[in-house]
Design a protein around this ligand. Sequence first.
Ligand SMILES: Cc1cc2nc3c(=O)[nH]c(=O)nc-3n(C[C@H](O)[C@H](O)[C@H](O)COP(=O)(O)O)c2cc1C
Length: 350
Amino acid sequence: MRIGAIELPNNLFVAPMAGVTDRPFRMLCRSLGAGYAVSEMVTSQRALWASLKTSRRADHAGEPAPIAVQIAGVDPAEMADAARYNVDRGAQVIDINMGCPAKKVCSKWAGSALMQDEPLALAIVEAVVAACAPLNVPVTLKMRTGWCAAERNAVRLARAAEGAGVAMLTVHGRTREQGYTGQAEYDTVAAVKAALRIPVVANGDIDSPEKAQGVLRATGADALMIGRAAMGRPWIFREIAYFLATGEHLPPPATHDVRRWLTAHLHDHYGLYGEHIGVRSARKHIGWAVRTLPGGAAFRDEMNLIDDTALQLRAVDGYFETLADRHERLPLPAAGAGNAANDHSTALAA
Ligand SMILES: Cc1cc2nc3c(=O)[nH]c(=O)nc-3n(C[C@H](O)[C@H](O)[C@H](O)COP(=O)(O)O)c2cc1C
């Protein structure tokens, strides 16, 4: 699987998720089987680049190549500038966001709202490709199936983007109007794949090895992108990779391994955000990790009262140590218990 001249280790990608897929989480997913990870979106507005939030989003310290940065905005020249700025800071792939339905993006006509204005969408693609081509940096595009059910223009826009030099295209199988409701549909993704020569990535509602296999078969896509199902379950990438390769399921991870992964992730997280923000922003990751586990709900409530990273780390370590005494491997969720993939409201509020 390649993006331009860049060879990727596999075709299972972590989706960009603002407030979730920061550098520590991307590195965790990469270490557990994801072949590629895209940063949270970074605004194209120059005035915000120096802000703490944006500079944290542009932190790639220790991240394995290729470094992929997603940019969001509405102005072609500004987007081209943002691409060059991020390449200067280490980006090896630039991804354009035309997939995000978040209001604060759409009120400025960025994200998936751009799909409604094809000439502007294409002007942005052309400007970013023109900025990146001399730097030998491939440009990718992430979109939805369209603005609304009556306006599924993904195939038309995808063809135009390919013509403009985009190296890979990801399609989330929902319209902008759907937000995260309903089910992702894969027919439009299959139609995009059939219409293009560049690699196409299928995205939306992939939350198990069987689903991954089904989406690959239904769409003919070259790769899969997984977002919400990786929240609290970053080892899903290696579970899917193993199933696709062998037709067999990996056993659930050893509880001690999960403890080690989560505590290492927390250290990395605190390192990026510092004490005050770190202890608070780590709560969502801990909450997702324990969500379907015995005593998880009570532990999550307990977590919300802890304001100190050392205490938080000790509590998490203690929780998993106790769990490991009773369960050598992570217990499977009780029937009917959802996973974080069904809990995007929590994530979106984060
Ligand atoms: C909390 C959250 C934040 C997101 N932020 C972004 C973003 O910054 N850029 C983007 O292109 N998509 C964003 N998305 C959309 C995801 O990348 C993905 O397309 C969507 O969640 C569908 O995939 P899934 O069903 O595997 O989660 C976000 C989704 C969630 C849940």
